[in-house]
Design a protein around this ligand. Structure first.
Ligand SMILES: [Zn+2]
Length: 319
């Protein structure tokens, strides 16, 4: 059998077809590649070298060696450096109260909470002495930070948190003012924590110039540029919490009238609202006589509930 005439184009091996003379892709591997693959297989299997090491040794790139490994069926599932630590077995979290299974990735020992599922678990399981020391350090850090802030206050500055408390807004609102340029603040790292500090003069300027503008724009009720459907939607949403608690529309009759209506209906159950209204209006004279519709409303609810509401209404207290 004669050696096929081959040619390599873009890494693909082409072989000349005997009858047509054309070069076509072939499964055949050119001899120099086959020779290299023998060496690669040996180094992969017996020397356990990485693609990079093999490439350096044979004078090829890592990528070529990787392709060879794939062609040989010897590719590593995890290319790259070998794990620094042995791949650990899954095990229960070191915190006895925790049921999580710890199945860390290789190299997790380098992350520092090896036997635990999380840092909180590792902390909880730490010996009391360690926890106490950690608390001590936190307290000490807090004390130093407070001292630094007190010094700043004495020098006429306040932190954005203090500013927010003074202005009665959230800290995030103050951040927004700062980022929109409404409030000038300086960055200052206090005990490793980033802070924005505001000078007292800037507070006075803000109160005089920006705050009235913000109030006009944002409230006290809805922002002044809200109108139409948006305003109605929000007004309904905000009112939803008090619907039914305010007691609905004011009743235009009194206890005496309501009691009379119930009494008449009790005595003459067959009477309709028109007749009851007529009879009650004859005995109890008011500037505005009862209407049949009001009689229907009175009879629709228990008398004691109605009287309670009427009393609240006359004493002027909304529930
Ligand atoms: Zn845990």
């Amino acid at each position: 059998m004669t050696q096929l005439e081959t040619r390599v184009t873009d890494g693909a091996v082409l072989a000349r077809e005997s009858d047509t003379g054309r070069f076509l892709p072939t499964e055949a591997v050119s001899p120099h590649i086959a020779a290299r693959r023998d060496q690669v297989a040996e180094l992969l299997l017996y020397a356990e070298k990485t693609y990079e090491e093999i490439g350096a040794e044979l004078g090829w790139t890592k990528a070529t060696i990787a392709k060879d490994a794939v062609a040989l069926g010897l590719e590593r599932t995890r290319p790259g450096p070998r794990p620094k630590y042995p791949i650990p077995e899954p095990r229960k979290c070191g915190n006895p109260d925790c049921t999580e299974v710890v199945n860390p990735e290789p190299n997790v020992a380098a992350r520092g909470y090896g036997n635990f599922c999380s840092i909180p678990c590792a902390r909880r399981a730490a010996p009391g002495r360690v926890r106490a020391r950690a608390r001590e350090l936190r307290t000490e850090w807090r004390r130093r930070a407070d001292e630094e802030i007190a010094r700043l206050n004495a020098a006429g500055y306040m932190t954005s948190r203090q500013f927010a408390a003074k202005r009665g807004v959230k800290e995030s609102t103050v951040s927004q003012w700062i980022s929109r340029g409404l409030l000038k603040a300086e960055r200052r790292v206090i005990e490793g924590e980033p802070h924005r500090i505001v000078a007292r003069a800037e507070l006075d300027r803000f109160n005089a110039e920006e705050w009235p503008r913000i109030c006009r724009r944002m409230g006290p009720r809805f922002p002044s540029n809200w109108g139409g459907e948006r305003r109605r939607t929000w007004s309904r949403r905000l009112r939803a919490a008090v619907v039914g608690k305010l007691g609905g529309p004011k009743l235009k009759y009194d206890c005496e009238q309501a009691t009379a209506v119930h009494r008449v209906k009790g005595t003459y159950p067959s009477w309709g609202p028109d007749r009851i209204a007529e009879v009650v209006n004859k005995t109890i004279r008011r500037a505005k006589p009862l209407t049949p519709k009001q009689v229907r409303g009175i009879l629709a609810r228990p008398l004691d509930e109605l009287l309670e509401k009427l009393q609240r209404q006359t004493s002027g207290v909304a529930a």
